[in-house]
Design a protein around this ligand. Structure first.
Ligand code: CA
Length: 222
């Protein structure tokens, strides 16, 4: 899952980036509204963490633009802001934020809200099951036939993405978009290497098929 952090406080950005990457997310950062607009135009995100007081404008405006589908994606928005007044919170949710968190916050709460928003796509549970595979996104644990798999954040991210689309072919570009961040060279073989390592750790042949010229497919029944 790929997140865009829109935030101008550098210390907070650094802390968020470290914590979110450790939790298995790909993270891009925009320090102002203009950068956020650029990134939303070229990349697709699963969630935007949006500060409201930005150096060149207001997060509400960006939120409205996302909701008007100006960037062609129905991305979820978590407002993270020091504006703690009731009318700001109400306005944030009315303008289209999916959730609103007031600064200062405890990082575990931010992570829990991120997970809650992202699992709306998977029927409200933090546990995904496909055949013998079980993925607990809250505990960051993966199991196959009851045996725990020791995955890196990227391997976990790839498996998570594939498990939300079992039986569907997922292209290398799509995996790069959703599991890696903008600093990844699009011509890299990192996806192929990561999928190779993931297959080895799954310990069984044929769970993830390569569809030549198209991408990868997780078998629906494993
Ligand atoms: Ca700010």
């Amino acid at each position: 899952m790929r997140l865009l952090v829109v935030e101008d406080e550098e210390d907070l950005v650094d802390a968020l980036r470290v914590g979110l990457v450790r939790a298995g997310y790909a993270v891009d950062v925009a320090y102002d509204v203009a950068q956020a607009q650029e990134k939303l135009q070229v990349n697709s995100y699963d969630l935007v963490l949006l500060d409201l007081n930005l150096p060149d404008g207001d997060g509400f405006e960006l939120c409205r633009a996302v909701r008007r589908a100006e960037y062609g994606q129905a991305v979820r928005i978590l407002m993270v802001t020091a504006r703690d007044r009731l009318d700001d919170r109400v306005r944030g949710l009315d303008e289209g934020a999916d959730d609103y968190l007031v600064k200062p916050f405890a990082f575990p709460e931010l992570l829990a809200r991120v997970r809650a928003l992202l699992r709306r796509d998977t029927g409200g549970t933090s546990v995904l099951e496909v055949g013998e595979l079980r993925l607990d996104t809250a505990r960051f644990e993966a199991h196959r036939t009851g045996r725990q798999l020791h995955l890196t954040p990227k391997e976990f991210g790839v498996l998570h993405y594939l498990m939300t689309r079992p039986g569907h072919v997922v292209s290398t570009e799509e995996l790069l978009e959703h599991v890696w961040d903008e600093h990844t060279d699009p011509f890299t073989n990192t996806v192929r290497v990561t999928v190779g390592n993931l297959r080895r750790k799954l310990g069984v042949e044929g769970l993830i098929d390569t569809v030549i010229g198209k991408g990868y497919r997780l078998r629906e029944k494993t």
